[in-house]
Ligand binder design. Structure first.
Ligand SMILES: [Zn+2]
Length: 444
């Protein structure tokens, strides 16, 4: 089950806090699902509640028809905008009829009103996760819940916030709860169309959860935080409407233009490699951290009290490993250390699958970018090891065939494990150096 963060989170000022707002829910029946499975004898069955809800939806026929989620989604929602583009607090939740059974069984359905916390429970339904295909958000979230259920001693799910359209920003923590652990953050899917990134993030999380006790110490001495879908609204949109959608689903001037969340971070915000034109693919937003998705990640990395040592963000495509800075030409003070780490990561990939990943700073191996999460994590959150990995492939670009998901997962798992080893060895050798220096000065 998902739980809210135990640590204080600052909420963005620009958007209403969806979880605290009173919302009306509408449940729409899925026309293709038959009702035989509904157990009429069930004491929790409340037929009148369903009728009430179905009547309510008729008052919003436009919203119903335009629902981006009314298709095969398990549970989806979207905000309604008034004529001034202001978001109202009402939402529509589309729940296929087949799911009304588990809802009823868990006593959630009460005159069509239930809280978002209860909605989360619905997502822990049947999960069909695998790495032979790309999956919708609901499957990815259910997969995370299932890992928590199956490996409760190491896995916890946490909701760190909600997207603009009210979807969960769901994090899976994997840890043996040793207080001396360093922390690793790994996110993916900040750009909607880069489907291989969430697939690889879940592949790594799955491997860690299932094999935790047999993994090297450099992996188990870390607290791992996975955010596989950083931009859930965009991700779903890229599945349902526009495969090549990149940004989130922010509105501007009466239309949904989207903000590039990887240009919305404050460090170096507004510089070259970002745009102030809302319809541009690299639109950085009206101000730094104007979006709830980037705010939620900022708040965990900066204000949670968790000391992150490693930040990894997965993108596609290009097969490159990039470290700060992307927003300026000058090398960062830790250039050599970060380059050594990237080189070790690239070597691990090559040794796993024979694939080559270039390493370097963004301007050298890709193009410059300002307001990125990677620069911010290093420059503002002061996380010592920050890497952006552009996954496969140069040939297929954003549309990596699903047959390559597992191979990509394997090579990046090996790459990430190697980074952990590098970080631990580097720290130890530095401590060794410091000690020997001390000895020299103390005993002349
Ligand atoms: Zn990207």
């Amino acid at each position: 089950m998902s739980t809210m963060c135990e640590y204080p989170l600052k909420r963005t000022q620009n958007y209403p806090s969806l979880i605290n707002n009173k919302m009306r829910y509408y449940i729409i029946e899925e026309p293709d699902i038959h009702y035989e499975s509904i157990d009429e004898e069930d004491e929790n069955y409340d037929n009148s509640a369903q009728n009430v809800i179905l009547n309510e939806i008729e008052e919003e026929p436009d919203a119903y028809e335009n629902s981006p989620c009314y298709s095969e989604s398990i549970v989806e929602s979207y905000p309604i905008y008034d004529e001034n583009d202001r978001q109202r607090s009402e939402k529509i939740v589309v729940i296929p009829r087949k799911l009304l059974v588990p809802i009823r069984n868990q006593r959630f359905l009460s005159k069509g009103n239930f809280s978002l916390d209860k909605k989360m429970l619905l997502l822990s339904g049947p999960c069909h996760m695998n790495w032979n295909d790309y999956h919708r958000l609901s499957v990815i979230h259910a997969f995370m819940d299932n890992l928590e259920q199956d490996f409760p001693s190491v896995c916890t799910t946490v909701t760190i916030g909600h997207s603009l359209e009210g979807r969960e920003l769901k994090v899976l923590k994997i840890s043996n709860s040793d207080a001396s652990n360093a922390s690793v953050w790994l996110d993916a899917g900040i750009h909607a169309r880069e489907w291989i990134a969430p697939a690889v993030a879940t592949y790594i999380a799955d491997h860690l959860a299932r094999n935790f006790n047999n993994l090297p110490q450099s992996v188990t001495n870390k607290d791992w935080y996975f955010l596989p879908v950083f931009n859930p609204d965009g991700y779903e949109y890229s599945h349902t409407k526009e495969r090549m959608w990149r940004k989130n689903r922010a509105w501007h001037g009466g239309q949904c233009v989207g903000v590039d969340l990887n240009r919305n971070f404050s460090y170096g915000w507004g510089g070259k490699g970002s745009s102030d034109i809302p319809t541009n693919a690299f639109y950085r937003g009206p101000e730094p951290f104007s979006e709830p998705e980037s705010c939620a990640v900022r708040d965990v990395l900066l204000n949670s009290g968790i000391r992150f040592k490693i930040y990894i963000t997965l993108h596609s495509y290009g097969q490159v490993i990039i470290f700060p800075f992307a927003f300026r030409d000058e090398l960062c003070p830790d250039y050599v250390r970060l380059l050594e780490g990237a080189t070790a990561m690239s070597k691990a990939i090559y040794e796993t699958t024979g694939n080559t990943y270039k390493v370097g700073i963004s301007r050298d191996v890709m193009y410059g970018a300002a307001g990125t999460s990677n620069d911010w994590s290093y420059g503002a959150a002061e996380i010592p090891y920050c890497y952006l990995i552009e996954l496969r492939s140069k040939q297929h670009k954003f549309k990596l065939p699903r047959q390559e998901i597992e191979e990509t997962g394997k090579e990046i798992l090996s790459c990430v494990k190697t980074l952990m080893e590098f970080v631990d060895n580097y720290t130890e050798s530095k401590i060794g150096e410091e000690k020997s220096e001390e000895e020299i000065t103390i005993s002349p």
